[in-house]
Design a protein around this ligand. Structure first.
Ligand code: NAD
Ligand code: USQ
Length: 386
């Protein structure tokens, strides 16, 4: 298949592009490079050094003989999107290219507006380009488990059968997200479902959980193919941060009481889920939703797993929760669709954590400890001091 990976320079997009290429697909990547600009803005950076996109692509060609053409541009520029889709002629478009950090979206008004504009407008441009160029192109869109929030009933895969006053209907599962970033994904989901109804688009919305890990079979081939690993309190995600804190010998930072439960998955399962979604496309007019996560844990359980896996002393610290989020809540999500297509999940208990500790150890000198502390507070609508 011809598969265009939007956001192909990111944490997940780059390993996915290589994985699909290694599986024999003709892959192209699109990215504006804006993720690297957030690093400049925040004074942060990947713990593992990463190469420029052109070096990554060149290295992949040298090692495998496979081309991955790279298109540099912004999805909010509609002309760029149309030109790129016309030039590449994809069968599937995998859309990772959004601002993805909840804390970044909660810094202040400007960052909330930027996040929702970037994400919602980019997705609309993708939908319109496909609507006008070729409606058979399958959109594989990265959504998030956080769209659902923490409902007091089981989480289904996107849709819910309801009975109300004696009548029945199938409705989009109710959403109660916890940041302006997560809300942008809800807006995308609604726009995409509408696109399926009016233009018969084919869409798979992948409600992905929190990803952990840094290495895939392809990133491990050469240091120049490495993907990023974020540790700062804005872009670093919880299990990755816990692993880094363990190696640095500083306490694992549990926000609040730690009873919050999240759905998670290994980065090696992310790339496989994308392959499965692309190779088994949604039907014309179908808005298909998969819950792309394999296990659920409370934050306390995640911290304990990291503590038990690490070969040295690890302490845990409970810090005032900078976010507004439910604690002591019910959580039970369905995740059978991808497994029925053939996904064999990697589990956190027997994971690459040990190997991750080695990777982190090798680059521990690059950590700026100040960036580990949370500075964005959900209760403030502006930055401290402004
Ligand atoms: P990332 O920030 O590392 O990668 C996203 C890439 O998209 C970046 O390289 C960025 O430069 C690019 N991008 C952003 N806006 C763009 C635009 N308007 N035009 C062109 N390029 C643009 O993020 P990631 O962790 O790889 O996440 C990828 C996707 O998966 C996101 O949509 C995210 O919401 C979703 N997701 C991530 C996780 C996770 O734990 N990392 C979990 C669930 C869902
Ligand atoms: N948390 C801690 N300590 C930390 C960091 C986070 O306790 O040091 C807690 C948070 O309070 C939250 C949970 O861990 O309860 C998850 O936080 P996170 O930053 O790891 O993940 P989140 O903000 O939800 O966002 C990440 C990705 C996002 C993706 C989402 C999937 O950045 O792109 O959409 O995970 S999900 O959570 O399923 O919506």
């Amino acid at each position: 298949m011809r598969i265009l990976v939007l956001g192909g320079d990111g944490y997940l997009g780059w390993p996915t592009a290589m994985y699909l290429s290694a599986r024999g697909h003709d892959v192209g990547v699109v990215d504006s490079g804006v993720r690297r600009q957030y690093d400049h803005e925040l004074g942060s950076g990947s713990l593992v050094p990463i190469e420029a996109l052109r070096t990554r692509v060149k290295t992949w060609r040298e090692i495998t003989g496979c081309e991955i053409p790279a298109y540099t541009g912004d999805l909010c520029d509609a002309e760029f999107v149309y030109d790129t889709f016309r030039a590449f002629r994809p069968d599937a478009v995998v859309h990772f290219a959004e601002q993805r950090a909840a804390p970044y979206s909660m810094i202040d008004r400007q960052h909330a507006v930027y996040t929702q504009t970037n994400n919602v407008v980019g997705t609309l441009n993708v939908m319109y380009a496909i609507g006008e160029i070729d409606r058979d192109i399958h959109i594989v869109k990265l959504g998030t488990m956080g769209e659902y929030g923490q409902p007091n009933i089981d989480i289904e895969e996107g849709w819910l059968e309801v009975e109300h006053k004696g009548r029945k209907d199938r409705v989009l599962y109710p959403k109660k997200p916890g940041s302006f970033y997560h809300l942008s994904k809800v807006h995308d989901s609604h726009n995409l479902e509408f696109g399926c109804r009016i233009w018969d688009l084919r869409v798979t919305d992948l409600n992905q959980g929190v990803v952990y890990g840094q290495e895939t079979e392809q990133t491990a081939l050469d240091p120049r193919l490495a993907t990023r690993l974020d540790y700062d309190a804005v872009f670093g995600t919880v299990i990755n941060r816990f692993a880094i804190q363990a190696v640095l010998g500083i306490p694992l930072s549990i926000y609040g009481g730690g009873t919050q439960t999240r759905a998670v998955l290994d980065i090696r399962d992310t790339v496989e889920c994308i392959r499965l979604a692309c190779e088994n496309p949604a039907d014309r007019g179908e808005f298909r939703v998969f819950n792309q996560a394999t296990e659920q844990f409370s934050l306390q359980e995640m911290a304990k797993t990291v503590q038990n896996s690490f070969p040295g002393q690890v302490d845990i610290e409970y810090v005032d929760n900078p976010r507004v989020e439910a604690e002591n809540h019910y959580y039970n999500f369905t995740h059978t669709a991808l497994e029925s297509l053939g996904l064999k999940p990697h589990l956190l208990s027997d994971t690459l954590l040990h190997h991750m500790f080695d990777v982190i150890e090798a680059h521990r000198d690059r950590v700026d400890l100040d960036l580990l502390k949370p500075t964005v507070n959900w209760r403030h609508s502006h930055r401290a001091g402004t």
